[in-house]
Ligand binder design. Structure first.
Ligand SMILES: Nc1ncnc2c1ncn2[C@@H]1O[C@H](COP(=O)(O)OP(=O)(O)O)[C@@H](O)[C@H]1O
Ligand SMILES: [Mg+2]
Length: 227
């Protein structure tokens, strides 16, 4: 469950990235965040993994207010929110396997448990054959699937994806979307910032639209809101 109450984000230079956002997302919903470039999509997503604090209003994820957390709770919260970035943010010099195994070793998990977990994810996303390749040798589509696998490692209850299919052809975009839909059916709440109308049409979900920092449309509200 994600709750935003009258949320405003003001950047350091005074620019209002978001204004008066009221939004409720139930567990297991798949929500597309749409809007032109500069509308505030990334700003909204950053709030949800506590990369940005609201200047006004309240942001809650699973009942936890993200506005007043100490460092320890931020770390704990981030473990429960999987993030997929458009530019992947992978360790380019490391192998696919290590990119996925290293974050788990931090939790002192047994090597055999880590191996099973990583192999399963790689098979599901059809990149198992690349497990020993160095990331920088992979294509964009393969890298994006590694990034999706990494976001799924901790079985997060919220997944946030910023233009996850932006650099993918239709076939690879579909693989990523199949995986996200499968997770959402199992109860993971998913937010996807995207311009990709084909994806929105083919993989049904709730659609919200931002315009200059305002929420101007919500398919769940069946009409225009807040204009
Ligand atoms: N760190 C920042 N400082 C000032 N303005 C920013 C910053 N980050 C984003 N913005 C501005 O906030 C607005 C929304 O940005 P963003 O959320 O990245 O939009 P989108 O993801 O929809 O393209 C844009 O006008 C952008 O220039
Ligand atoms: Mg963006």
């Amino acid at each position: 469950m994600i709750e935003l109450y009258k949320v405003e984000v003001v950047y350091d230079d005074g620019y209002k990235g978001l204004t008066e956002i009221d939004l409720h997302i139930e567990r297991g919903e798949l929500v597309y965040v749409t809007g032109n470039s500069g509308a505030g999509k990334s700003t909204l997503l950053r709030l949800l993994y506590a990369d940005l604090m609201p200047s006004r209003g309240i942001v809650k994820v699973e009942g936890q207010n993200l506005g007043n957390m100490n460092h320890k709770s931020v770390a704990f919260m981030r473990r429960n929110v999987g993030v997929i970035f458009q530019d992947y943010k992978l360790l380019e010099d490391a192998t696919v396997y290590d990119n996925l195994a290293l974050p788990l070793e931090i939790y002192y998990m047994k090597k055999s448990v880590i191996r099973d977990k990583v192999y399963n994810l790689l098979k599901m996303l059809d990149i198992f054959q690349h497990r020993d390749s160095v990331v920088q040798k992979l294509s964009g589509g393969e890298k994006q699937r590694v990034a999706v696998a990494r976001a799924l490692l901790n079985e997060p209850f919220v997944m946030v994806a910023d233009e996850p299919t932006g650099s993918l052809d239709a076939k690879n975009a579909d693989k990523v979307m199949d995986m996200l839909l499968h997770k959402s059916a199992k109860g993971t709440t998913i937010l996807i910032a995207t311009h990709d109308q084909r994806i929105i049409k083919e993989f049904p979900g709730r659609v919200i639209q931002l315009d200059r920092g305002k929420l101007i449309y919500d398919s769940k509200a069946k009409g225009k809101v807040n204009v």
